[in-house]
Design a protein around this ligand. Structure first.
Ligand SMILES: Cc1ncc(COP(=O)(O)O)c(C=O)c1O
Length: 382
């Protein structure tokens, strides 16, 4: 048997909605019927002010940093343990990403280190919610209020997760989602920017920057009689074909979450015993305040040699387990902007010791049994 790390899941309605676009809507460009449906679905379910669908999570992040008008000397604090897009969104706005440590409990940004890295140039904090589990938002909000900083949640992995009852992505002023094929809800490539405050100016700015720097959205709403170039901008609108696909996924948001929960709970049940072993430091868990969307399941080993051996042994048995991230501060680009190995030792240690197991929505009972049996066998040998 072969168990991939991830597999795309389809609800069965995707092709029906796509056919509807082609046969009935006859509107494949951006902001059509299905874009309206998915935006409204997200606004209602998550109880947020405004959702702009985008071509990717990366573009949602780029749009978020573009609308808060960063200056070349502006600094934006984020974890180094994240995907390059978080940092690129800041670099592409000509500002500077400032990397900080993560906490061991959630692998998310460490509020103590945020405090330590704030300067007079700090403008924003970008927490990510790793593996769909919330960062310490209470602390982050407290710090942001004290220093008048904007919070942009990189909730790429955290669609349909909560922190103390509130959906992730809706807690900061801005939130960003990804619908990339590796996420829980997919459109191949896709994303969304959430504006969580009733701020008409910011919403207008986002609609202009998303539409090539034009006031086309106002024109389509009949507010102006022609549209033209009014600001900088780019093209962040996804085709309505993609949004038709995504609508089929988002309609089944909670069903998909429930299917993933079963796999996650089985892993938790089966592997809990290994927490007593010396070679495991921690693994994914559940807490009342941090309701996960069951995006991924990970182990932190007590030594890179154990992690590498586990991945190698699983691979021999045709099971793909994965590690990541190369912390941004020690990547080629991180070094180019002035960081070095040793700057964030805890982050570096986590990156060397993490292993993620296959977890996808339609994982079969046989696949799950096969992974559980082999992980247990390998762990007993470690
Ligand atoms: C934390 C984080 N931020 C940003 C992204 C980028 O999203 P996308 O692939 O949709 O551009 C991803 C995922 O790939 C991610 O995990």
């Amino acid at each position: 048997m072969e168990v991939p790390f991830n597999r795309e899941y389809y609800t069965g309605q995707e092709d029906i909605y796509i056919k509807d676009v082609i046969k009935n809507q006859r509107h494949t460009k951006g902001d059509g019927y299905y874009t309206e449906q998915v935006s409204a679905l997200l606004e209602n379910k998550l109880d947020t002010n405004k959702v702009f669908m985008t071509t990717s999570g990366t573009h949602a992040l780029e749009l978020s940093t573009a609308i808060i008008d960063l200056e070349p000397y502006s600094e934006v604090i984020m974890p180094s343990f994240t995907f390059p897009s978080t940092a690129n969104a800041v670099l592409n706005s000509q500002a500077k990403p400032i990397f900080v440590e993560i906490e061991g409990e959630t692998l998310n940004i460490d509020p103590q280190d945020i405090k330590a890295k704030i300067t007079k140039n700090t403008k924003a904090i970008m927490p990510i919610h790793y593996a769909g589990i919330a960062a310490n938002m209470d602390q982050i909000i407290k710090i942001a209020r004290k220093h008048n900083l904007t919070i942009i949640e990189d909730a790429a992995q955290a669609v349909n997760s909560k922190y103390k009852g509130k959906y992730l992505g809706t807690i900061g002023k801005l939130g960003c989602f990804s619908f990339h094929s590796t996420k829980n809800y997919i459109s191949g490539e896709g994303g969304a920017l959430l504006i969580n405050q009733d701020d008409p100016k910011l919403i207008e700015r986002a609609s202009i920057l998303r539409e090539k720097g034009t006031n086309r959205s106002s024109f389509l709403r009949g507010e102006v009689d022609k549209y033209s170039w009014v600001d900088r901008g780019s093209s962040y609108l996804p085709s309505d074909l993609l949004m038709a696909f995504l609508y089929a996924q988002l309609e089944k948001m909670d069903e998909i979450k429930n299917l993933r929960e079963k796999i996650y709970m089985r892993y938790l049940d089966e592997f809990n015993v290994f927490l007593e072993y010396d070679f495991i430091t921690s693994m994914s868990n559940l807490t009342k305040d941090r309701e996960t969307n069951f995006n991924s399941f990970y182990f932190i080993f007590n030594g890179k040699q154990y992690r590498d051996r586990a991945i190698r042994e699983l691979k021999k048995r045709n099971i793909t387990a994965a590690f990541h991230y190369i912390p941004l501060h020690i990547s080629k680009m991180g070094k180019k902007i002035g960081y070095n190995k040793g700057d964030l030792p805890f982050t570096e240690n986590i990156a060397e010791n993490i292993m993620r197991l296959p977890l996808y929505t339609d994982m079969t009972e046989q696949e799950l049994n096969y992974v559980v049996k082999n992980v247990k066998e390998i762990f007993r040998e470690l």
